[in-house]
Design a protein. Structure first.
Lengths: 115, 116
């Protein structure tokens, strides 16, 4: 089966600019996750979708970050305006359900650099 | 609050030597525990998971982990390391959300280097 697809792989922008990332999960997976992985740290969950509804976005900086999964399939994560501390790898993952007995499958991530 | 601690930031072993990566967690209930591996420029791959039952769990690539409730630990082991095992390893705990869903809380990771 095809894995989780993310694009772009790399993005370089200046602070205060906007940027968007795209994720296409494994076909049929109901749950989609966006993680932020800062260099030297483990991934931190930003937002979790169940189909097109949000299950958890408690760690999403909502003043600048937004995410949507309108049709319950692919998803976009946007940052506007970007700050220097947003430099990180943004990982998308999906699972068949939102239960822990279903493994999360990760994409290769988008590496964002803010100048 | 739930948390995961991986005390070793960087470990170096010789090829063929045994390996143990440490993981300690903080969680009020019976935890769901995971180990993931991340190669450079790639996403995370699940090595193994513990939900309940036998405290010694087997995973892919010859890895195993042992859950010790009394020590709040879930250490990852491999009897003989291969050069291809060089990567970053993350321990994670599954924390409950409303509606029966769970989210993963990751440790900061341990970077493994393997000498030939």
């Amino acid at each position: 089966e095809a894995g989780v697809a993310q694009s772009p792989r790399y993005k370089i922008i200046e602070k205060r600019q906007s940027v968007a990332f795209w994720c296409n999960p494994i076909s049929g997976h109901a749950t989609l996750y966006w993680y932020q992985q800062i260099l030297g740290q483990g991934p931190k969950l930003l937002i979790q979708f169940q189909n097109n509804g949000v299950v958890d976005d408690s760690q999403l900086p909502k003043d600048r970050f937004s995410a949507e999964r309108l049709k319950g399939v692919d998803s976009t994560l946007k940052i506007q305006p970007a700050k220097l501390e947003d430099s990180a790898v943004y990982l998308c993952a999906s699972s068949a359900t939102g239960n822990s007995n279903q493994p999360q499958h990760f994409g290769d991530g988008t590496r964002l650099s803010i100048l | 609050a739930q948390s995961v601690t991986q005390p070793d930031i960087h470990i170096t072993v010789s090829e063929g030597a045994s390996l143990e990566l440490r993981c300690n967690y903080s969680y009020g209930a019976t935890p769901y525990l995971f180990w993931y591996v991340q190669s450079p420029g790639q996403g995370l791959q699940l090595l193994l998971k513990y939900f309940s039952g036998d405290t010694l769990v087997q995973g892919i690539k010859g890895f195993e982990a042992e859950f010790k409730r009394s020590q709040s630990s879930f250490n990852l082991r491999k009897p003989s390391v291969h050069w291809s095992d060089a990567a970053e390893y993350f321990c994670a705990v599954g924390a409950g959300l409303s509606g029966g869903y769970n989210k993963l809380i990751f440790g900061a990771g341990t970077r493994l280097a393997v000498h030939p």
